[in-house]
Design a binder for this molecule. Structure first.
Ligand SMILES: Cc1cc2nc3c(=O)[nH]c(=O)nc-3n(C[C@H](O)[C@H](O)[C@H](O)COP(=O)(O)O)c2cc1C
Length: 382
């Protein structure tokens, strides 16, 4: 498989992101334009950090959303995850997701993150069903109160010239997405992403794309659907309905899914080993030590599965289980390289000479380091 580079940022889009008020484009143009280029990396707490975002963008993700940042945490000066939104050097088209229930804190968080990181856009999380988040009135809890949700969006919009989007679920127990979507669009959200499940469903059942399409029909802004897209057919179905597409779980240990949904063949085991190794090196460099590798273990297990599908058609053999176990228990980077060499026959520390140039560029790129390593801005927002 070739390794397509991320779509070149269109100058118009970059200009729009940099200064929306100065362009003649409608406010949702940034999202509309880019959503045509391919699927988007959905926000995933614990996963969509800078090292992973870079890989997904390399394979053509139209943009990438950060892990969610706590507006309240930022205001308390605990760091609050400000570093979560930190772009890697030269990162373009990053959208920072916030979770917030208080309009004033949301506005202050946007101002602070904009000053610090200059993202392309901001997104409000209205889908997270996790107790810790909903107990503070944030995430999917906002679906209960469209007036409050609208106030939070209004405060975010007032705090920035960059576009603001909202990512929501269909509802909490029942489907209320159309009503909520209208409220947040009236408040200034210029794009929506809709996960086609209620909060109560968590990840059960299938995402309901008919309901997502109903939301899209009810509002005059670009709508992206989220839920269960993992391949070209799923991507094409959503695009045929005029919807943009977000991919979350289907990208874990498979950042090339963004190329595959646009027709590229799946990578072979050599490429998988090299990409996993790239991820490991960037992760360790970004977080500043081998000890951080534990956080990557879950994804390493997904890389193992992908490599096994290439080598053995996905057969579960004893060797396959041993390979996966070796990756999810890796203590040090070298353990990952050794496991690939032993079970897949590719030592990613010694890449073949005849690599495709874009893959070669990815393999040879310097490891990703945090520009503000060790010194995320602290203190009360504002
Ligand atoms: C581990 C994990 C973390 C997630 N974190 C977030 C988050 O921080 N913000 C958010 O809006 N959605 C989050 N989601 C939801 C996804 O963005 C997406 O809507 C959902 O997983 C359905 O898409 P999928 O079938 O492609 O996984 C998360 C999902 C997963 C699996």
């Amino acid at each position: 498989m070739h390794s397509p580079a991320a779509p070149a940022p269109a100058p118009a889009a970059a200009a729009t992101a940099a200064g929306l008020a100065q362009t003649p484009h409608p406010p949702g143009a940034w999202f509309e334009h880019r959503a045509r280029l391919g699927a988007v990396l959905a926000p995933m707490a614990g996963f969509t950090d800078a090292p992973f975002r870079r890989l997904c963008r390399h394979y053509g993700a139209a943009w990438a959303v950060t892990e969610m940042v706590s507006a309240k945490g930022l205001s308390l000066g605990t760091g609050g995850g400000v570093e979560v939104g930190e772009p890697y050097p030269d990162e373009r088209d990053v959208v920072i997701q916030l979770f917030a229930a208080d309009p004033a804190l949301a506005g202050a968080a946007v101002e602070r993150l904009e000053r610090t990181y200059r993202p392309a856009a901001f997104d409000l999380n209205m889908g997270c069903p996790v107790k810790k988040v909903v107990n503070t009135g944030c995430g999917s809890e906002l679906l209960r109160d469209p007036t409050r949700a609208a106030a939070v969006v209004r405060a975010m919009v007032a705090a920035t010239l960059r576009p603001v989007s909202v990512k929501l679920r269909l509802g909490i127990d029942s489907v209320v997405a159309v009503e909520v979507a209208r409220a947040v669009v009236d408040a200034g959200a210029v794009a929506l992403a809709v996960h086609g499940r209620t909060a109560r469903q968590r990840y059960e059942g299938e995402a309901d794309w008919d309901r997502i399409a109903e939301v899209a029909a009810a509002v005059d802004v670009p709508v992206l659907g989220s839920g269960d897209v993992v391949d070209e057919a799923g991507y094409a179905r959503a695009r045929a309905r005029g919807l943009g597409v977000m991919i979350a779980r289907g990208s874990l240990g498979r950042p090339w899914v963004f190329a595959c949904v646009r027709g590229s063949a799946a990578p072979d085991a050599t490429e998988i080993a090299l990409v996993a190794w790239r991820h490991v090196r960037d992760h360790v460099a970004w977080y500043g030590g081998e000890g951080s590798l534990r956080r990557l273990r879950a994804q390493l297990g997904h890389y193992a599965l992908a490599a096994l599908v290439d080598r053995a058609g996905g057969e579960t053999t004893t060797a396959a289980s041993a390979f996966r176990a070796a990756l999810v228990r890796a203590e040090r980077s070298a353990d990952v390289a050794v496991a690939f060499a032993r079970f897949v026959g590719v030592d990613p520390r010694h890449p073949p000479a005849d690599l495709d140039p874009t893959l070669r560029a990815l393999v040879d790129a310097p490891a990703l380091r945090r520009p503000t390593s060790g010194s995320p801005p602290r203190g009360p927002a504002g």
